[in-house]
Design a binder for this molecule. Sequence first.
Ligand code: FAD
Length: 617
Amino acid sequence: MKKNFDIIIIGGGHAGSEAAWISSQFGLNVGLVSSPNAGLVSAPCNPAIGGVGKGQVVREIDALGGLMGIVADKAGIQYRTLNESKGFAVQSTRVQVDKELYTKTAEELLSAVPNLTIVREMVRSVDKTENGFQVVTEIGSILEAKKIVVTTGTFLNGKLHTGEEQRAGGRVECKESVGLNQLFKEIQTLPNRFKTGTPPRLDRKTIDFSQLEPQESDSTTRNFHSMNSPFSRAAKQVSCYLTKTNSQTLGIIRANKERSPIFNGQIKGIGPRYCPSIEDKAFRYTEKDVHHVFIEPEGLDIDSIYPNGVSTSLPKDVQESFIRTIKGLENAKILVHGYAVEYDVVDTSQLNRAMEYSSIPGLYFAGQVCGTSGYEEAAGQGIIAGINASLAVLGREPLILDRNNSYIGVMIEDLVTNKRDEPYRLFTARSENRLYVREDNTISRMRKYRRALELQSELDEYQETFLEQVELLENLVANTMYYATKENREYFAEKNYGPIENNISFKELLKRPDNNPISVLEVETKRLGVLFDLDVIRTVAISTKYEGYIDRAVVETERINRLGRKRINWESLADSRNISYECKLRIKQIRPETFGQLQRIEGIRPATLAYVAGNLV
Ligand SMILES: Cc1cc2nc3c(=O)[nH]c(=O)nc-3n(C[C@H](O)[C@H](O)[C@H](O)COP(=O)(O)OP(=O)(O)OC[C@H]3O[C@@H](n4cnc5c(N)ncnc54)[C@H](O)[C@@H]3O)c2cc1C
């Protein structure tokens, strides 16, 4: 086995696999060291990729050359477009995946990379050496690397809870890893551990689907990987189903409060506020007994069903009782009981925006170990950590994503700017610019970042051609007029485009509130005798529709950001006599690189901001 690498990635989950996939594209010698008893890129919780805000992240990863979109398209068994009623700007793709096929596809793709060595061993320790790092595994292998990316998920010092039962573990049937402080002694962890939970898995054969409301796969939802034909499907499509909890369900949960590890003090870790367990919901919304439960298949050939919405760590007998009160689940058999896991989290305020631990250059972190929750969040950090570890090996500048044009940029800046006091999830409201940071214009937003990697591949050719087409179509739209002739009046009436009393521009036609800009642009380009790719039409149509709002938002954001982008020297601020002791402490902890980052640090006083703003050059 190879012992010396340019980069070693520890952990082969969503974060680690993205890091390994992208690093190997730079032609470096990459080692991916991951536990032998968890499949690579496995889905320990909800077998679905994407969702509100997260669909954008998957497409951003895809535009950078990542793995997630390619694998999700291969394993997708039900497609949905979320927020369809809320307008194009905030729509997101969500794909239910066959979790076995997902892992198998990812393992095949990763194993086929010639300069990537996959080592299935548990890592016991990481130490700094003169030229890099030394990794020692539990069975005694010694591996060396110039850079390390740590992506150990929920495994560090992992502890599982199901009611009174407690055991060590990274997730069900997986051994835990040593704690972060044993793995790497000099790392600062958060004082509070985090926790996440998962629902029981049900036996498909014991569910009465005739009582449930089906949700079919949507054939008009687009694939994630930009180079796949948008509506092709690699796997068979199936339905998910909808049911609800009721007063009996919540009654059982409320009656067992003292047996719940999250309420009786057994679990100390902090859970995700935005992804509460059913017992959290029972006591947070005491007046509400009806909560949606989505019945989702975990695969085509497996009988396991994921009841989305009833994540729990209640004792097994309580889980069995409350599940059977739900319509359609009266005879449901539990295959694996729900549980919660507590784990160590690195203090991300010690990282810079390249995902590098500031006081230990060459050591990068990504994924759930950074206090986030979710596959897409993990993968988004993983690709950036992998890119920056690679650029550092090559002696090049790091890639830093801006929060104004990517959700990954929003997430990373949020992570490194404050100490986390709860698990972090992405949602659209975290972005100041969400009318612009959309799924349909991902290539336009991300091209400059992918170009900066200087990886010339088919993807780069595809993106360049795509943007040339976008530019051509934008010009066509900008330079076409509809004159108020008799013929056009009749044509507008026939197409239901609204009246045409005076000449109107193509842009105005697309912006009319009652017109669907995508179908109008499709019809009109055909009428003009020009053919464009459907995705090009989509991005130009939606961008034109929201042009006014986006332009206004850009001016406003630009005004706010002009100061925000200015670079600051945190070391001199930390020495300044004009800044309070408390603010200096926060500045030393976080090491902000820009004025914007300083502004977003909790606890920085207005007087400090005024002083720094007054001294910006
Ligand atoms: C019980 C549970 C419930 C969850 N609930 C949700 C949810 O509701 N919603 C949601 O979005 N997400 C949920 N998640 C989180 C989701 O699984 C993660 O966000 C995502 O998988 C994180 O990806 P990652 O790559 O950071 O870590 P993981 O996917 O956990 O991967 C970590 C990898 O590192 C390996 N590893 C760990 N330590 C070592 C070591 N010392 N040596 C070698 N290899 C090591 C592991 O084997 C694993 O392959 C849940 C996870 C669990 C376990």
